[in-house]
Design a protein. Structure first.
Length: 281
């Protein structure tokens, strides 16, 4: 969410700046003379009209910067999910291949015994090939990108067109890649869809002991824990409340949370020693 907001701020900021420069239209002064208090303005040492034109056409450059970043953040999330599978003692079914960006999702869903979100993955791989062509081919359309476009199923193509406002074949209409603002929006939408699919697969596929351990670990870093005395009734009740709030979809049993805290050495009282909270009438 923070990455999404930050990139949207950049995109909106370029438009806001272009709109503001309309007020100085026709001026022959350079921007540092007009806006001397703006940080780094001396690096944008242009007249208003030239600067405004650049800002209005910033989408391609923002896409070239932000889409690789968005994909990198998502791929890091998938790596964390794969580490959870290993933590559970479950084998990573990569079919004997090193786990990389091209097969990490497939390995994860296969290892969890979850259905593959094939349509969304097809779109993700198209974004990945766009990113790779930009970084490794200097922005030239690669053969892998061509194969990804030509291999996209019809219904997935329709959804891509709704997300980006252009047909995948339009990407190949130029010898070099040109990003649009809608490509940026699509990268977030596709990553969000995959993130939800991954969360659902983890909820079902991981054993409960992994989830209760994670809940206790995360609780220890939460202010709800640090503000309470360890081994007190309030501390354990706060743990139960934290798990109900943050892990509500998993419905983690209070007894298992208490047992995990004891195993991890952060709770030493005997089982069942915390009386249930009195309910208000």
């Amino acid at each position: 969410m923070e990455v999404n907001d930050a990139i949207m701020a950049l995109l909106a900021g370029s438009r806001l700046a272009a709109h503001t420069l309309q007020l100085t239209s026709g001026s022959q002064k350079l921007l540092p003379e007009i806006f001397p208090a703006v940080d780094h303005i001396t690096r944008f040492n242009l007249q208003s009209e030239t600067a405004r034109e650049l800002l209005l056409n910033a989408d391609a450059y923002l896409g070239a910067v932000t889409i690789p970043y968005a994909l990198a953040v998502h791929e890091d999330f998938v790596s964390v999910a794969l580490d959870l599978v290993k933590r559970a003692g479950m084998p990573l079914l990569s079919l004997g291949k090193p786990i990389k960006a091209w097969n990490m999702h497939e390995t994860l869903f296969r290892s969890l015994g979850a259905p593959l979100p094939a349509a969304t993955l097809s779109q993700f791989h198209l974004l990945r090939h766009l990113r790779n062509a930009l970084i490794h081919e200097g922005g030239a359309v690669s053969s892998q990108l061509i194969d990804a476009v030509n291999g996209m199923p019809g219904d997935v193509t329709v959804d891509w067109e709704l997300l980006t406002g252009r047909h995948p074949q339009d990407i190949l209409s130029s010898s070099t890649i040109v990003f649009t603002a809608n490509d940026i929006f699509a990268s977030f939408a596709i990553s969000k869809r995959l993130g939800r699919d991954i969360n659902s697969a983890l909820q079902i596929g991981l054993p409960s002991n992994v989830w209760v351990e994670l809940a206790v670990e995360h609780f220890l870093d939460d202010p709800a824990s640090t503000g309470r005395t360890r081994n007190s009734d309030q501390w354990m009740r706060a743990l139960w409340g934290y798990a109900r709030r943050v892990y509500r979809e998993l419905n983690l049993p209070e007894g298992e949370l208490e047992r995990a805290a004891r195993t991890m050495g952060v709770w030493t009282r005997p089982a069942g020693s915390v009386p249930p909270r009195r309910r208000r009438k």
